[in-house]
Design a protein around this ligand. Structure first.
Ligand code: SF4
Length: 309
């Protein structure tokens, strides 16, 4: 698939391409927050302001082809140069400003929030693709911090070398299988990276940053083998665990049935059993997003921007 086609497909999903390999997309919760219609679970759990959040990726490519992925995983990007971090950040900020400017004319917009939204305070590096494939990821994160923004980086854990270099405000590893066999089935990797994922989990416990294991739950595929998940979590010692339902959206609808989307009750049930197996405690949940948060002591520390102010 050529980049033009891919850009067209992503454009239909509301992604806006930046430069040669990056994208930004104002998320649903940013729009809802501007209209005082609710905030995302990251706001509820960690104190992130939804209307000041910039959702982006520096890599549209990925080395996995997960069944539950919203992007067209068959895509192969043509060869390209790497854009510098400042260009990517400028491009994302400019595009987000352009997109939210349309809200100024709406009677339902909270205008003081719209004014704040002109100055994003948080970057969610987690849109589509695998961000650690961008070779200047550490510099990109530094650039966001230089602009007084916190960063959440979500990675599939296949690149431990890069994880040793980056220092986001909060680092997520998506762990979507309890063992290699399930991993191969769900993540459909271009090349087996299970050993590298295990390396990344081991590395996680040594990093001086907030860490999270995220498990995207797919009914009939990975709500099983709690003891195996617990052993992997024990290796990583994350500050938090997020168990989250797969959402039947985007291109995943061509690979999975709607029934693969677990109910909140099912996510909660899995989280309770995982808490028992891992020694973690349930700290919070969000029914609307079907996500349950666990932490070592059942509490959550809010994100402080003091260090970037
Ligand atoms: S790791 Fe993420 S971006 Fe890559 S295929 Fe899986 S869900 Fe999609």
């Amino acid at each position: 698939m050529q980049q033009e086609n891919y850009a067209h497909l992503l454009g239909k999903q509301g992604h806006h391409l930046i430069g040669q390999h990056s994208a930004v997309k104002p998320c649903l919760w940013l729009k809802k927050s501007l209209r005082d219609e609710g905030v995302c679970y990251k706001s509820k759990f960690y104190g992130i302001s939804s209307h000041r959040c910039l959702q982006m990726t520096p890599s549209l490519e990925c080395n996995h082809r997960c069944l539950f992925c919203w992007r067209p995983v068959e895509m192969i990007m043509p060869k390209h140069e790497w854009d510098p971090p400042e260009t990517i950040v400028d491009g994302c900020m400019g595009e987000q400003m352009r997109l939210i400017s349309g809200y100024a004319g709406s009677a339902t917009t909270n205008l003081s929030k719209l004014e704040e939204a002109q100055h994003p305070r948080h970057a969610a590096i987690s849109l589509v693709g695998e961000p650690t494939l961008y070779p200047f990821l550490a510099e990109l994160i530094d650039e966001f911090h230089r602009r007084k923004m916190s960063t959440f980086l979500v990675t599939n854990g296949t690149n431990p070398e890069m994880l040793a270099k980056v220092k986001p405000t909060q680092l997520y590893i998506s762990l979507n299988a309890p063992d290699r066999e399930t991993y191969t089935r769900i993540c459909n990797p271009i090349q087996d990276r299970w050993s590298q994922i295990n390396e990344s989990l081991e590395l996680l416990s040594t990093l001086n940053t907030r860490t999270v294991i995220r498990i995207t739950l797919v009914e009939g595929l990975n709500l099983k083998e709690l003891e195996k998940y617990a052993r992997l979590i024990d290796k990583a010692e994350p500050d938090y665990i997020e168990t989250k339902a797969y959402m039947h959206l985007g291109f995943s609808r061509q690979r999975l049935p709607r029934s693969a989307m677990p109910s909140h009750a099912s996510v909660l049930n899995f989280a309770e059993h995982l808490a028992y197996a891992s020694g973690y405690q349930i700290a919070d949940d969000s029914k609307v997003s079907r996500v349950v948060l666990l932490s070592k002591k059942g509490n959550v520390e809010r994100i402080s921007l003091a260090s970037t102010e």
